[in-house]
Design a protein around this ligand. Structure first.
Ligand code: TXA
Ligand code: MG
Length: 320
C-alpha cells in the first residue's frame, strides 16, 4: 500500500527519481509523474491502463513555467489564464519540443494547467519539471476526490500519496482551446461555461463523442461506477424499483426518500447548492458502488452553471 502524508520533500524526491505520486488538486486527485521523463510518462499510462491515444495534462506552478513549454500563448487563452489560473481550467496550447510526444499522444497542442491547491503549487514550484497527471483512477472509472480513493484503487502500484484533504471543486477542470479565433470548450468542468464566456465571449461547446478524435478522452462511457446507473425521474424510478423488490441505490440532488435506508441513498446537496453537489458527486457514486445494490437510480440536476458539468458526468456514468 502507498504511504499517505503531507511531506512535499518526500514527494519531490520520488518524482525526481521518476516515480509516480498521488497528488491532490482542487478538482480531483492526479497520478503525477515527471512529464519530461518518458519512462515516468509510460508508467502513468500503464498504471491507469489508459490507452496511449489519450493525452495527458501537464501541471505547472507558474505562468512563466507554462510559457517555457509552448511556442506562443494565443491571446484569447491568455485572457482566460489571467482570470482563472491557478484554478480548474486547462488550456490547449501549441507545444514546443521540450514536451515528449508521448504526453500529447502526438498532437501539436499540450494541455496545461496551474492547479489551485496550495500544497500542490508548493510542490510544483519546488520542481524544475512539469508534472503530467491524469486523474488517479483506473481508466474509465470515477475520479478520486480524497487520498483514500487513490489508495483504494492504485495504492499497491505507487509509493506515496500526498494528502491534501477533500477536493474543494470535485469535478475535473474545464478544457478550453482556440481554433481560428474561435474559443472552444472541449470538456465541461469546474469552471462554468458562463464564466468562460464572460471573459472570452461566446464559445463553441464541442459535441463530445467517442468518435471525435479532437477530444480523445471524451469517451461516452466514462466516470462510471461498476454498478449500472439509470437516469430519469427519481420518484418514478424509485416507485418502480420498489415494487419490483429490487435492491437499488439512490443518488438524488436534494430530495430525501425516507423509506430508503441511509446506506443506500446519497443526497448531493440538501440545500440545493450546485457547488456542494459537485463536491459530493464522485464520492457519492463511489459509496453507492460499494453498497450492496444492483442499480443506482439518479436524476439530472438543473442544467445551469456547474449543473451542466455534473449532468455531463452523470450521463457518461449512465452510458454503458
Ligand atoms: O482536473 C483535471 O483536469 C484533472 C487534475 C488531476 O488536474 N486531470 C484530469 O486528467 O482530469 P485526465 O487525464 O483524466 O483528463 C485529461 C483530458 C482527457 O480527456 C484528454 O483527452 C484531454 O484532457 N486532453 C489532454 N491533452 C489534450 C490535447 N492536446 N488535446 C485535446 N484534449 C486533450
Ligand atoms: Mg480522468
Amino acid at each position: 500500500m502507498a504511504e499517505i502524508g503531507t511531506d512535499i520533500a518526500k514527494a519531490s524526491q520520488l518524482l525526481r527519481e521518476g516515480k509516480l505520486v498521488g497528488m491532490p488538486t482542487e478538482t480531483v486527485y492526479g497520478l503525477a509523474g515527471n512529464a519530461l521523463n518518458p519512462e515516468a510518462v509510460t508508467a502513468i499510462f500503464e498504471t491507469k491502463k489508459r490507452p496511449s491515444f489519450d493525452p495527458l495534462i501537464i501541471h505547472v506552478g507558474s505562468l512563466e513555467q507554462a510559457r517555457s513549454f509552448i511556442r506562443f500563448f494565443p491571446e484569447e487563452l491568455m485572457a482566460l489564464a489571467e482570470s482563472f489560473w491557478p484554478g480548474p481550467l486547462t488550456l490547449l496550447l501549441p507545444k514546443n519540443d521540450k514536451i515528449p510526444d508521448l504526453v500529447t499522444s502526438g498532437l501539436d497542442t499540450v494541455a496545461v494547467r496551474i492547479p489551485g491547491h496550495s500544497l500542490t503549487r508548493e510542490l510544483l514550484l519546488n520542481l524544475d519539471f512539469p508534472l503530467a497527471a491524469p486523474s488517479a483512477n483506473p481508466f474509465g472509472y470515477i475520479s478520486p476526490t480524497r487520498a483514500l480513493h487513490v489508495q483504494d484503487q492504485l495504492g499497491d502500484k505507487i509509493p506515496y500519496i500526498l494528502d491534501g484533504g477533500d477536493c474543494t471543486v470535485g469535478l475535473e477542470s474545464t478544457i478550453v482551446g482556440v481554433e481560428q479565433g474561435q474559443v472552444i470548450v472541449y470538456r465541461l468542468g469546474g469552471i462554468p461555461v458562463s464564466a468562460i464566456e464572460q471573459v472570452a465571449g461566446p464559445v463553441l461547446i464541442l459535441p463530445q463523442s467517442s468518435s471525435n478524435p479532437k477530444s480523445p478522452g471524451m469517451l461516452k462511457s466514462h466516470y462510471a461506477p461498476k454498478t449500472p446507473v439509470l437516469l430519469g425521474d427519481l420518484d418514478t424510478l424509485v416507485s418502480e424499483f420498489s415494487q419490483r423488490g429490487e435492491n437499488f441505490g439512490v443518488l438524488s440532488f436534494n430530495k430525501v426518500f425516507p423509506e430508503i435506508p441511509d446506506a443506500r441513498q446519497v443526497i448531493l446537496s440538501p440545500s440545493g447548492d450546485l457547488g456542494e453537489a459537485a463536491r459530493n458527486l464522485f464520492s457519492g457514486m463511489r459509496l453507492l458502488d460499494k453498497a450492496d445494490v444492483s442499480v443506482i437510480l439518479a436524476e439530472e440536476l438543473p442544467e445551469k452553471d456547474l449543473g451542466k458539468a455534473i449532468n455531463d458526468r452523470l450521463r457518461r456514468a449512465a452510458a454503458k
